[in-house]
Design a protein around this ligand. Structure first.
Ligand code: PLP
Length: 415
């Protein structure tokens, strides 16, 4: 019988879940003593590895001091201020500022709202269109649900947020033509620089440069949804650094705390008009932003980890990523399978590769192309079922047909 707990992205009637009890580094354990290499870093977030007692201690210390407090006017706290400074230092935009949320989904909704608000503040209330990409995943709140390009994730939830439209994922012409048609009514183009949850799809050659050019041409904001690509997954702080194309806003979450605390946010820079007005708008219209973003500033638990230790652990993670992935980062050799950057990751990679070998030799499954960058890699499988059981493999999570890539795997857990 199904338990009282309703799981996301699962049939409500399902009752046989894997009960995880412990994690250490790149490995998690279930209640039957099985060990799993965490190929996906849980849900793309545990960049610094499981079982970090230094982080747990920092959280405990902060919880005993002041566990949480609203940051609505007139309140602030040192950890939140410090973390914002750290994030501004590593942001891909100059002179950025940071707005905190509690998840990636809220970060995306916040960016969409702030883009529209910035245009209003700049005297262009007609700029409301938000363009996103097919195959894109932008979380589960209504803005992100409306913006996302994975049909099953939208079905049943209409009507959506208005004036949010998808274009084919890598089709510059389709984007250019929609942008010419809607020229002065566009607020923003929202993209994952490398698509993740929809199957791992790096941008086609020159795509991000073209999107940047079109945004500049039409006065639209370019929002990068870096909820999974941020904080070292591609071997750089952000995908924006990896691809050398700057956005106007970045959404982040997940690896900012490696999941030890729920935290997300949005950074915006001052590069493109009317972004300077946006920064001004935040200062002048706090109440309005407070009204619009009601939930986002509340009850933020921003602890020591998220300030001092955050930087250290992320830097460690980036160093390790550089070591582990130097071949792919240098552009040479084949890409490696995704797994998180931990001390044990190099050893674990061999296990992951061996596990994949087991999948490949277990009919009817055969491996297709690997695609991705750094620590964000998918492996095509020549299967059409959602879940494949094969020798040496406990579960392989498979997405359905995605632009002709049949059964692209975006995460595996090996027994
Ligand atoms: C690109 C992207 N944006 C937003 C989200 C939503 O983040 P969260 O699960 O923290 O709400 C995700 C989650 O996987 C994501 O991959």
């Amino acid at each position: 019988m199904a338990s009282a707990f309703l799981h996301p992205f699962a049939k409500p009637t399902k009752s046989d879940f894997i009960t995880l009890v412990r994690g250490q580094g790149a490995v998690v354990y279930d209640d039957r003593g099985n060990e799993y290499v965490d190929g996906m870093a849980s849900l793309w977030y545990c960049a610094v590895g499981h079982g970090r007692s230094d982080i747990a201690d920092a959280i405990g210390r902060q919880a005993r001091t002041l566990a949480a407090y609203s940051t609505f006017d007139p309140f602030t706290n040192a950890p939140a201020e410090q973390l914002a400074e750290v994030l501004v230092d590593i942001a891909p935009m100059a002179d950025s500022r940071v707005f905190f949320t509690s998840s990636g989904s809220e970060a995306v909704d916040t960016a969409m709202k702030l883009s529209r608000l910035a245009h209003i503040q700049a005297g262009h209330p007609e700029r409301t269109l938000i363009i996103s990409r097919q195959r894109g995943y932008h979380g589960t709140a209504y803005g992100g649900t409306s913006a996302q390009g994975i049909a099953p994730n939208r079905e049943g939830y209409a009507p959506y947020v208005g004036d949010v439209v998808q274009v084919p994922a890598d089709d510059v012409e389709a984007l250019a033509s929609l942008m010419s048609e809607r020229a002065s009514t566009i607020a923003a183009v929202l993209v994952e620089p490398i698509q993740g949850a929809g199957g791992v799809f790096p941008p086609s050659e020159g795509y991000l440069e073209s999107v940047r050019r079109l945004c500049d041409q039409h006065g639209a904001h370019l929002i990068y949804d870096e909820v999974i690509s941020g904080f070292g997954r591609l071997g750089h702080w952000f995908a924006a650094h990896r691809y050398g194309v700057r956005p106007d806003m970045v959404t982040f979450a997940k690896a900012v705390t490696s999941g030890y605390q729920p935290l997300g946010g949005e950074s915006e820079g001052d590069h493109l008009t009317p972004i300077p007005q946006l920064v001004g708008a935040i200062g002048r219209h706090v109440q309005k932003i407070g009204d619009h973003l009601e939930r986002n500033g509340k009850s933020q638990f921003v602890d020591e980890f998220e300030s001092a230790a955050c930087r250290r652990t992320i830097e460690d993670s980036i160093d390790q990523l550089h070591d582990s992935w130097s071949e792919s980062l240098d552009g040479g050799g084949s890409e490696r399978l995704a797994y998180q950057a931990t001390q044990s990751s190099v050893v674990r990679r061999v296990e992951v590769e061996n596990g994949l070998g087991a999948v490949a030799t277990a009919p009817p499954v055969s491996l297709g192309a690997r695609q991705g960058v750094g620590g964000l890699v998918g492996v095509g499988l020549d299967v059409t079922t959602e879940v494949v059981a094969a020798q040496g493999v406990r579960d392989v999570f498979v997405t359905r047909e995605n632009d002709g890539v049949s059964g692209a795997v975006h995460g595996i857990v090996l027994a």
